[in-house]
Design a protein around this ligand. Structure first.
Ligand SMILES: C[S@@+](CC[C@H](N)C(=O)[O-])C[C@H]1O[C@@H](n2cnc3c(N)ncnc32)[C@H](O)[C@@H]1O
Length: 313
């Protein structure tokens, strides 16, 4: 949390920051330019948690589902139809859980998140949400889920967190022969114009300063391949254009614009520019996308947990 605190201190005269104490697992919450932020014990996650962020995450969910033609790639459809136990780690507003619990009514879906952004009252009866920090261990028994799913968590964990805690916990709670699936956008700027590259580089620095990697997606496959209890590791990579070449590219541009605006206080601070200059950069970026043919890669990686007999052989 050192970085969150130093960011706040540096900015206390520039932005409208207010701070309040809150309850339970939340250690502190504060507001910058009307956006609500909170921090939690052991958490590096620095994005706001409010209705605007919920809208951005929902848009990102639908975009991603369209890019991959579906909500998952692992061969779990039969289990979901017959009735399985499914976990979504870092579920955010719970869009993935809500959608799948409506479609696969015989399965039980669990979403966990450190922040209570998920719906607590109006939800299907087979959708369950629990506030928990995976870095403290998942609140579930060993071998209790048929499918463990996780997406867009590169801003949450260091490489050490991934390899010593997050992946081992996902494997622990997954049943033998069950599946694990991770998805994420690679934060690299492919064919980016000068303004786009400047913003992405500044975000890369923000991530690195917190021991996070904006390109975690490109490591998922190797991290899963190193796990002796996983087999059949597969990766799908989809290239998605940004700009106005098709409908998905337009939504992709809109989603990135909202992401940059969400992180604007950090970007302007990092680049030493004013908010007006930042807004101008966003306009230039719009023209850059078609001029340079900018695109992002999205990764989906999945693997099966070996059966007990395979592992002991
Ligand atoms: C970018 S959002 C992704 C949400 C969702 N998976 C999606 O694709 O829309 C990252 C989420 O991870 C949650 N998170 C961050 N650190 C966490 C932790 N240590 N344990 C559980 N959830 C965490 C955040 O609260 C946030 O909701």
């Amino acid at each position: 949390m050192g970085n969150q605190q130093s960011f706040l201190l540096k900015n206390k005269n520039k932005s409208k920051i207010s701070s309040t104490k809150t309850s339970s697992t939340e250690q502190k919450c504060w507001y910058i330019e009307g956006r609500r932020y909170a921090n939690y014990k052991n958490s590096k996650y620095f994005f706001p948690e409010d209705d605007f962020e919920i809208d951005r995450l929902q848009m990102q969910h639908y975009l991603f589902r369209h890019i991959f033609y579906g909500n998952f790639s692992a061969p779990v459809e039969d289990v979901l139809k017959k009735g399985g136990r499914i976990l979504d780690v870092g579920c955010g507003p719970g869009t993935w859980v809500l959608e799948n619990s409506c479609e696969f009514v015989r399965s039980e879906f669990y979403g966990i998140d450190i922040a209570p952004m998920f719906p607590s009252m109006i939800k299907p009866r087979n959708a369950h949400f629990i506030q928990a920090n995976i870095l403290d261990g998942l609140p579930f028994d060993n071998n209790s889920f048929d499918f463990v799913h996780l997406g867009f968590l590169s801003a949450c964990f260091s490489e050490e967190d991934w390899t010593t805690q997050v992946i081992p916990e996902c494997i622990r709670v997954c049943k033998p022969n069950g599946w694990i699936e991770f998805y994420e956008g690679d934060g690299a700027a492919f064919n980016g114009g000068p303004c786009y590259v400047r913003i992405v580089e500044s975000l890369k620095q923000e991530f690195s300063a917190m021991n996070l990697n904006i390109r975690a997606a490109i490591f998922y496959k190797n991290w899963l391949l190193k796990e002796p209890t996983l087999t059949k590791v597969q990766e799908e990579v989809k290239k998605q254009s940004i700009g106005n070449c098709d409908n998905l590219a337009i939504i992709m541009e809109e989603n990135l614009k909202i992401l940059f605006q969400t992180l604007a206080p950090r970007i302007v601070n990092n680049l030493g520019i004013t908010m007006n200059e930042f807004e101008r950069m966003l306009q230039i970026i719009h023209d850059e996308y078609s001029k340079y043919g900018t695109y992002m890669n999205f990764h989906r990686v999945y693997a099966q947990k070996v059966s007990v007999s395979d592992h002991t052989c």
